[in-house]
Design a protein around this ligand. Structure first.
Ligand SMILES: N[C@@H](CCC(=O)N[C@@H](CS)C(=O)NCC(=O)O)C(=O)O
Length: 202
């Protein structure tokens, strides 16, 4: 297996943390996206969307989409479980992972996509999207702060994929001045705990 990686990227970070939580180390190749190496014909053969991460299997299969990569890794290496052990847990973690994807990660990514130097000239940047997405992310944070008053982690008391998606979103949030407001005590407590895990800097 080979992980085509992008060290500063939010989605590749999800996969690296997932691997680290499993105690796995696989070969990785850093792709120079700033230098447009993700737009070459060779890379587009791996992922026609030109996005990272991509997990290339030994038989040449290329899996992109960070959540799909993690699903594959979970099936190969089920311990410790990060996607749930029972059907109830799996449904619960999927539900929260999708909520974190669409209600937190996506709006924070939108702020970055529509305001950063990196995406200037790569996509059509619409300044109005930035304010809207910022408000969306803040509303999600308020909701999460209430949710985390009664449990340790996002989906349940156990650390899971839902936490990984959310913590990676907040790492990107720091780059676009979308930090967790200190008065959100429960969300702050959760973020301090996940950031202190030995895998957080993977
Ligand atoms: N839905 C995809 C999103 C992947 C994605 O947007 N990757 C970004 C880095 S975080 C990327 O490759 N950007 C390079 C570019 O758009 O040029 C996933 O979950 O893997």
């Amino acid at each position: 297996m080979l992980l085509h990686d992008l060290a500063p990227g939010m989605h590749p970070r999800r996969v690296r943390i997932f691997l680290a939580e499993k105690g796995l180390s696989i070969p990785r190749k850093e792709v120079d996206a700033a230098g447009h190496a993700n737009e070459t014909p060779a890379f587009l053969k791996l992922n026609p969307l030109g996005k990272l991460p991509v997990l290339e299997l030994d038989d040449g299969t290329a899996i992109s989409e960070s959540l799909a990569i993690c699903r594959h890794l979970e099936e190969l290496y089920p311990t410790p479980p990060l996607l749930g052990s029972t059907s109830r847990e799996r449904a619960q973690i999927d539900m929260w992972t999708l909520r974190m994807e669409f209600e937190l990660s996506r709006p924070i990514a939108q702020v970055f996509l529509h305001s950063s130097e990196f995406y200037r000239g790569r996509i059509e940047q619409v300044p109005q999207v930035v304010d809207h997405a910022r408000r969306h992310a803040l509303a999600t944070m308020q909701w999460l702060d209430r949710e985390l008053a009664s449990r340790k982690h996002i989906a349940d008391d156990l650390y899971s994929m839902a936490d990984i998606v959310a913590q990676c979103a907040f790492v990107l949030g720091k780059a676009v001045a979308l930090r967790i407001p200190p008065e959100m005590a429960h969300l702050s407590r959760w973020f301090a705990a996940v950031s202190a895990r030995p895998t957080a800097r993977a």
